[in-house]
Ligand binder design. Structure first.
Ligand code: TRP
Ligand code: SF4
Length: 484
């Protein structure tokens, strides 16, 4: 599977230093853009990513996702959205917090440097076209494809307290497909575990393109064919891996329509299996242009690619995965006192019982935090002095908290600015949604045309006939012949 990596992210540690100046210098947000030259939006590849509105974010969310978004928005044409419909696929029982959670999450996005001037930041449900595309995709998606998504059965097991035997939950990867392809996205940033979702998206897109785009060649078209068209079809079939039904002798005589139709079926199957780009790549280069011209294959939707992203896993204060339900998170909006208290209570190397016991920073979550929040000298010092018991854990945690607070303060300063004016946050989301909707509407226009062929039907109907009285102007009594 072809995939691209964010060079800057792969394998490299994300550190607080990689956060743009907008975060550390709230007074001059412009300075963040100065470093990297930016291509105009239409030249940049497009990236789509969403996040469920679960409420405020913790530092694990930041290093697991947002820090990556900050890099992506510098390089790509990004669409970042609040996935509120996705939240309903598991949390449909209580929707009372969705709007508040949307605000809280967006506050954290904005205060950490997600920039509505660089990325389109919006709310999924404010762009109802996602739902329309989801519906159309659902028509052609076999149930088995959804049931076989690896996380499907697993999630039902994991979230036993919820009834996830719903249509919405099964269809969630398809809704995600709609979210992505409605923007003609090139790339979707995902971790390894989400790759099957993008793979499903690609398969659905292929199927959709073949049904509603594909090789549209009718017998009527064929009857007007010239030798050049025939030649193109032969070139399109003589591709390694495609079994052809043409007989060698048929190169002398024009092929029968049935032969042509059979061959088109075979080509279609190959495209379905390999994807259109891979198919075209196998057509001999000297014939490729003719094939593309004479056998136009219409793609309606673009196949997205996964953008594999490795992010450092930041443990919670107790060493387990950071999660709200474990009560081990440090929230971006935690006060300085809370951060100090949480740091003080963090788990350390359990073998280090007494102050004089040497420790192992490699298994200590406090050291994981140092690596993100402390300067190089402090990291080196802790790495050494812990092993030799020259530094005590209380001291070490205090130094780590200093670094964390130094990092988080500008974020919180910005957060307070937005908190004073939550109206501005909604305005940003509304403007982003409006802009996203423009792109989504254009895609849906194309999609509707391909699915329903409105234009052909209307063209067939010819010019408008005499005006008729519209039903709305006929009163019910008049319609019943009762007079006025
Ligand atoms: N899958 C993500 C989640 O459930 C959110 C999401 C929804 C998403 N649609 C998306 C991510 C499209 C990337 C692209 O939390
Ligand atoms: Fe962890 Fe620091 Fe204590 Fe070493 S000194 S065990 S790194 S808290």
């Amino acid at each position: 599977m072809p995939e691209e990596r964010v060079e800057e992210t792969a394998g490299e540690q994300v550190s607080a230093a990689s956060i743009p100046a907008a975060v550390s210098d709230a007074a001059e947000p412009e300075s963040a853009t100065a470093a990297s030259p930016r291509l105009p939006a239409e030249k940049r590849k497009r990236v789509v990513s969403g996040m469920r509105p679960t409420g405020p974010l913790h530092i694990g969310h930041f290093f697991g996702a947002i820090s990556n978004w900050l890099k992506l928005q510098e390089k790509y044409d990004c669409f970042f959205f609040v996935a509120d419909w996705h939240a309903l696929t598991t949390h449909y029982a209580d929707t009372s917090q969705v709007a508040q959670n949307t605000l809280e999450m967006t506050l954290d996005w904005l205060s950490t440097g997600v920039d509505p001037a660089k990325a389109t930041v919006f709310i999924q449900s404010a762009v109802p076209e996602h739902a329309e595309l989801h519906l159309l995709l659902s028509m052609i998606t076999p149930l088995g494809w959804l049931e076989r998504v690896p996380t499907y059965k697993e999630q039902i097991e994991n979230l036993r307290d919820k009834d996830l035997g719903t249509y919405g939950f099964l269809g969630y990867p398809l809704l995600q497909t709609a979210d992505i392809v409605i923007y003609d996205a090139d790339l979707v940033p995902v971790g390894e575990d989400q790759v099957p979702h993008v793979e499903l998206s690609r398969e659905v897109v292929r199927r959709f393109n073949l049904r509603f785009g594909g090789l549209r060649l009718s017998q009527a078209d064929y009857e007007t064919w010239n030798t050049e068209d025939e030649f193109s079809l032969r070139a399109a079939i003589y591709v390694p891996g495609i079994p052809t039904t043409f007989k060698p002798s048929s190169s002398v005589q024009p092929p029968r329509w049935q032969d042509v139709a059979d061959n088109i079926k075979v080509i279609t199957a190959a495209i379905e299996e390999w994807g259109y780009e891979n198919y075209i790549a196998k057509v001999p280069a000297e014939f490729r242009n003719r094939v593309l011209k004479r056998l136009p294959f219409r793609t309606i939707l673009r196949e997205p690619q996964p953008l594999l992203t490795e992010t450092p896993r930041l443990p919670g204060t107790d060493g387990r995965r950071m999660a709200k339900s474990y009560g081990n998170a440090i929230w971006l909006k935690d006060s300085v006192e809370e951060i100090r208290a949480k740091a003080k209570n963090m788990m350390t190397d359990p073998a280090r019982v007494r102050r004089t016991d040497p420790g192992n920073p490699d298994i200590c979550p406090v050291f994981s935090y140092h690596k993100l929040f402390s300067d190089a000298a402090t990291i080196a010092m802790v790495n050494h002095d812990c092993r030799t018991a020259e530094i005590g854990c209380v001291d070490c945690k205090g130094k780590m908290a200093d670094g964390l607070i130094r990092w988080i303060e500008p974020v919180q300063t910005r957060r307070r600015e937005f908190e004073r004016n939550p109206r501005l946050v909604w305005d940003i989301l509304d403007a982003g949604s409006k802009s996203a909707r423009k792109t989504a509407s254009a895609t849906m226009k194309r999609v509707r045309k391909a699915v329903f062929h409105w234009e052909e039907a209307r063209k067939k109907a010819g010019a408008a006939g005499p005006a008729i009285q519209s039903p709305a102007t006929v009163s019910p009594s008049a319609a019943r012949g009762e007079g006025e």
